[in-house]
Ligand binder design. Structure first.
Ligand code: SF4
Length: 329
């Protein structure tokens, strides 16, 4: 447990200023994320030093396809989340907190970096649950990681306020941000969040030159509407650029939507076509067994990276054979 970084006091209460909920907490109260608490008149981060999950994963699993392709990254996650998605595919850890605060093995930031180095991972990924809500731990790990020449990456819902975002991402190299829909109604009903904050985060990360990839989990009938997808993809092209990597991922029944059907390959392929027509150059499909997820040169269509599950064959170095620069290796 560590004193949190982003908060103010209001009368006898604490206002957390990390994410758009801006929870106002009385003594002993927890935030919506369940892992930040007013304890003794201070906001405390309960996640600090208490990872719930750690492992070595292909970076493609995050998913990041244009950042350290083919490498295994040391991944950690904690408990809780600041969105309440009823389709959450990681709900076992995202929808719990640290009710029994003493029942966890503690890992200092130095311990995490040492583990990553022991496994010869070139990067540390903050993933599995929402890293925004354990941002103090993220920053302390990332600072040491940089000193040891390790990269860091966030797999995030992008639901954060700009000031905290700048503090965190100035220490981070890459991010995959969920853009769950381009409909605020969807955000409010299915996640309890608001779209505009996520779009602001995307613009900020672009401005900060963080390597950025996006994921949209397509849930048939809920966020698969053609016109909305077109709006989303056009916004990405206009605001983040046509080179932005987009992952379209298939929903599988889970959590509160366990009776909703799995998204079909045909729906995903159709979304990919809409994204291509909008002008995006790199679109990959996730949670499907059979699909072409290779990287082709947008100019000459040369096969630059061949992917078969997590088997990666890289066929380019700094430039494609047509002369177009390859800036993601
Ligand atoms: S990070 Fe947690 S405590 Fe802070 S505003 Fe968001 S939900 Fe509330």
């Amino acid at each position: 447990m560590k004193t949190a970084r982003w908060w103010t006091t209001e009368k006898n209460q604490i206002r957390c200023t990390l994410c758009p909920w801006e929870c106002l907490l009385k003594e002993g109260q927890y935030g919506v994320c369940r892992v930040r608490k007013n304890s003794g008149g201070q906001l405390m981060s309960l996640s600090y030093g208490r990872p719930l999950a750690m492992g070595l994963d292909p970076v493609e699993k995050k998913p990041l396809y244009h950042f350290l392709p083919g490498k295994q990254v040391f991944s950690i996650g904690t408990a809780g989340c600041n969105l309440l998605c009823d389709f959450c595919q990681n709900w076992e850890i995202s929808q719990c907190g640290y009710e029994n605060e003493s029942a966890y093995t503690l890992y200092s930031p130095e311990d995490i970096v040492k583990l990553a180095l022991r496994y010869q991972a070139p990067a540390i990924a903050f993933t599995y649950n929402e890293p925004t809500i354990f941002a103090e731990y993220v920053i302390d790990i990332a600072v040491i990681a940089r000193e040891r020449n390790l990269k860091t990456l966030m797999v995030t819902n992008g639901y954060i306020l700009p000031e905290a975002s700048r503090d965190i991402y100035s220490n981070i190299d890459a991010a995959n941000v969920d853009l769950k829909s381009f409909s605020n109604e969807f955000y409010k009903k299915r996640t309890r969040g608001e779209l505009r904050y996520v779009l602001d985060t995307l613009l900020l990360l672009k401005e900060m030159k963080i390597h950025l990839e996006l994921t949209t989990l397509i849930i048939e009938g809920y966020n698969s509407d053609t016109a909305k997808l077109r709006d989303e993809f056009r916004w990405i092209v206009e605001n983040l650029g046509p080179e932005t990597v987009l992952h379209l991922s298939a929903f599988h029944p889970d959590y509160k939507l366990e009776n909703h059907p799995r998204t079909s390959g045909a729906v995903l392929e159709s979304a990919r076509k809409i994204a291509q027509d909008a002008g995006l150059n790199y679109i990959y499909l996730g949670n499907l067994s059979f699909t072409d997820n290779n990287t082709y040169c947008p100019n000459c269509h040369f096969l630059q990276i061949e992917r078969s599950a997590y088997d990666i064959q890289i066929n380019v170095e700094t430039h494609c054979r047509c002369g177009r620069p390859v800036d993601y290796l």
